[in-house]
Write a protein that binds this ligand. Structure first.
Ligand code: GDP
Length: 298
């Protein structure tokens, strides 16, 4: 996903090699090139501006390390600022003091929510949890069946609407699903919800109602990293319309420019918790800002 950005940044930073001392003009020129590379990678403009300002300020400042030459110093600063815009520390899933922990997934149709539900369920199981998946996407044909399929692959049961079980009413399904988790002593409930192709008032209202009904410990906004700047717009719409506590980036295996991934944390103020990078259930991991930054810097 970050190949182009990674190549660009590496070559910009390589140009500094061998310089004994960096003048302010060297730093300005480097900052300009980094700025272009980030904009071309589709990173949101305010994020780029803040990033460049920070890098310049630090590179020109009194940060002198005996151990590093000037070029290495700039690489270090760029790396640290990348880690910072990606959220700094790894943010762990918030677990409820009194189980079950309720995790609600929200996002556009096609973002990868249902797939993510299966990945998360599999990962939770591997962590020693006893999750239950709840199928509240009653919008997309087959979403319930798809969740049942991924649930089976993950070895995790799925609570799906059945006659007398909230058919046609996603809010009721969510409520009944959480009640079932409590009864059957599942310690984490993952609630899959419906998305639409675009930001849509009814979808937002439904998500707000589900959120109010089950009071989730985490609302994870699932976003396709391949949709570029739209990811940032959608994230802002969901933040204002539904609210969320964390972000999951999907399709990081794609060959898009990746700027969304670099912008969403900074723009929404919410941390990225997980990353999805493929269609298989195991193509999933906790998001580590430092590892992602190292990957980008090659
Ligand atoms: P939903 O509408 O949000 O529930 O989205 P789905 O889970 O149905 O995913 C939409 C499509 O994206 C499916 O074809 C998935 O196989 C695919 N998909 C989901 N996550 C990833 C990912 O991380 N990488 C890739 N390449 N495809 C993914």
């Amino acid at each position: 996903m970050f190949n182009t950005l990674s190549d660009r940044l590496t070559s910009v930073l390589q140009n500094l090699r061998g310089k004994g001392r960096l003048s302010d003009a060297d730093i300005d020129a480097t900052a300009r090139e980094i700025r272009v590379a980030l904009l071309e990678a589709d990173v949101a403009l305010p994020v780029v501006r803040a990033f460049i300002a920070k890098v310049k300020e630090r590179a020109k400042g009194a940060e002198v390390s005996q151990a590093l030459n000037p070029a290495q110093q700039v690489v270090k600063i760029v790396n640290e600022e990348l880690v910072a815009i990606l959220g700094g520390e790894t943010r762990r899933l918030n677990l409820a003091k009194n189980p079950p922990t309720v995790v609600m997934l929200a996002g556009l149709q096609g973002a990868g929510k249902t797939t993510l539900a299966g990945k998360l369920a599999r990962w939770l199981r591997a962590q020693g949890h006893t999750p239950l998946l709840v199928a509240c996407d009653l919008q997309r044909p087959n979403a319930v069946t798809q969740l049942q399929v991924v649930g089976e692959r993950a070895g995790v049961p799925v609570f799906a609407p059945e006659p007398g079980n909230g058919v046609g009413d996603p809010v009721a399904v969510a409520r009944l699903g959480v009640a079932e988790a409590r009864r059957a002593q599942h310690d984490v409930v993952v609630v899959d919800t419906a998305g639409r192709l675009g930001v849509d008032e009814e979808m937002m209202r439904q998500a707000v109602d589900i959120r109010a009904a089950v009071q989730p410990d985490e609302v994870l906004f699932v976003v396709d990293a391949m949709i570029g700047q739209d990811a940032v717009n959608t994230a802002t719409a969901f933040r204002d319309g539904v609210g969320f506590t964390g972000v999951v980036l999907t399709k990081l295996d794609g060959d898009a420019r990746g700027g969304a991934a670099l912008s969403v944390r900074e723009v929404t103020g919410q941390p990225i918790l997980f990353a999805s990078n493929g269609e298989k259930l195991e193509d999933f991991d906790v998001f580590h800002p430092d590892r992602m930054a190292s990957r980008i810097l090659g």
